[in-house]
Design a protein around this ligand. Sequence first.
Ligand SMILES: [Fe+2]
Ligand SMILES: [Fe+2]
Length: 318
Amino acid sequence: MSEQEVKNLEQMFQARIDNDEKIEPKDWMPEKYRKTHIRQISQHAHSEVVGMLPEGNWITRAPSLRRKVALLAKIQDEGGHGLYLYSAAETLGISRDELIAQLHSGEAKYSSIFNYPAVTWADMGTIGWLVDGAAIMNQVALMGTSYGPYSRAMVRICKEESFHQRQGYEILLTLCNGTPEQKAMAQDSINRWWWPSLMMFGPRDADSPNTEQSVKWKLKRKTNDELRQAFVDQTVPQANILGLTIPDPKLKWNEERKHYDFGEIDWEEFWQVVKGHGPCNKQRLSDRINAHEKGQWVRDAAMAYAEKQANKEEKQAI
Ligand SMILES: [Fe+2]
Ligand SMILES: [Fe+2]
């Protein structure tokens, strides 16, 4: 293909996106679009699956049967989100095995938030409220993204995320209306998770070099800073209802901007965790690899069954 032909195709491609059409797996797409989407969708899939680990640890310690059922359902949803997203990434011409290998080798990233430890039951509430809450902010915007399979996966994921957020908030509401010790446990949890939650939106716009291209492809419909602001604005009134204090002395309503002003993220900590030096990076990765290896027999059994069925059908066809 000549350079001019590629340019024409790229222009037509961009015109479709500008026109709010979805790009489907068999459509022509620029190589950079394909690569960026494989990276982003698989990163998202890995985050869902690694995200099961901090909460999985609390299933056996949930304080009641009802809490256990809800937590179990939530964690299973996250596994399901991982599956839709791996499937969406596979439509771009990469295999599941390659994606998993990239995660296990440390080549692929996942959301840094899951490299923080969940040390008390209140953390189950805070993760649902803040972490799933921040994820929803990102994911609602992604429902309008240009790549069809990714956009459609988001519709279902967002519905489930909103259940996750509510179950988390309800755990905190119960603790905050409980004994002083329970309320203190909730406060301690917010103190530890607030800043890492704000970090989930990524670097400041000024330090985010891919933003412009991603906005063009509707892979980003709002910038990191816009989403972070929307999250703070939405979350502060919810903290007030709980009677909890957000650990930021600079947090203040700005009447002129009609938004909350807030303090600066510790960017040094942000980059340390991204680079693999967070409190639980090593543990999460080794737990994930371990779970994958332990599940090998399930995959083998599923393959053997599929083969058996295929043989049966073949025989019947003869
Ligand atoms: Fe999820
Ligand atoms: Fe979730």
